[in-house]
Design a protein around this ligand. Structure first.
Ligand code: PEP
Length: 253
């Protein structure tokens, strides 16, 4: 499958700064890279339309940072997957650890969101990963297996649907230092095996990509590019700098 590199701008940029970074990205990412790789940018909701306008003539894809599990109705402040699709999103980050921690998002909510995203035509980017305490207690494998199983419970991917599973060790996000590649590789193998228990082999091979996320930048990405089950990256901090993000894209195979 094509590698996928996803930028998560989080709540870092307003309307003007989002437009500026989108412009810089269009300049910094060589067109040839976009033919070989899926590049996805997830701005904050208030900047989706202006970024979509900027990316219209380019092959950079837009994603949302979250979705709600209902399509429409009296849900103040929530983002409808259907309306996000209309705004130009084609993927959506779901279950990011910052939402699990700050907004008490549960695996059951994540599961509902994934179902709703798929119905709307959005490819979910499911985030799983252990906290430092869970890792210290030797629970990493169980945590990522459990999060993956619960998030994907009752879901059957159709041949035209895509899913991304992002392994993001929570304690590494925003720390400036990625996890050891061997540890990431072990986690990716656990996720891959779990996916094989949930979906037919052809779906796992053709419709699902596992990516690594956690303090990746242009100087560390090459340590992770050869790892067997990873098909790309989810990038936070380093995606806020056009040249840095472009460097990650260029080095991703
Ligand atoms: C993230 O929060 O999804 C992430 C990968 O962040 P960072 O790259 O800043 O660790």
């Amino acid at each position: 499958m094509r590698p996928i590199i996803i930028a998560n701008w989080k709540m870092n940029l307003g309307y003007r700064d989002s437009l500026k970074l989108a412009e810089d990205l269009v300049r910094a990412i060589p067109e040839a890279e976009l033919y070989k790789k899926d590049v996805v940018v997830c701005p904050s909701a208030s900047s989706l339309l202006i970024v979509a306008e900027m990316f219209k003539k380019h092959h950079i894809v837009m994603g949302a940072q979250d979705v709600f599990w209902r399509e429409q109705g009296a849900f103040t402040g929530c983002e409808s997957p259907k309306f996000l699709w209309e705004a130009g999103c084609r993927l959506a980050i779901i279950g990011h650890s910052e939402r699990r921690q700050n907004l008490q998002e549960t695996d059951a909510m994540v599961n509902q969101k994934i179902k709703a995203a798929l119905v709307a035509g959005l490819a979910p980017i499911l985030c799983v990963g252990e906290t430092y305490e869970e890792r210290a207690a030797g629970k990493t494998d169980n945590v990522i297996m459990g999060q993956t199983i619960k998030a994907l419970s009752g879901i059957q991917l159709l041949a035209n649907e895509q899913l991304v599973v992002a392994y993001e060790p929570v304690w590494v996000i925003g720390s400036g230092r990625p996890i050891e590649p061997e540890e990431a590789e072990h986690a990716s193998r656990i996720i891959y095996q779990t996916l094989l228990d949930l979906f037919p082999l052809t779906i796992v091979q053709n419709n699902i990509r596992i990516v690594y996320g956690g303090s990746i930048d242009g100087s560390t990405v090459s340590d992770f590019t050869g790892l067997e089950y990873f098909g790309g990256f989810l990038v936070g901090g380093a995606s806020l700098h056009a040249e840095e993000f472009a460097s990650i894209i260029k080095q991703t195979e």
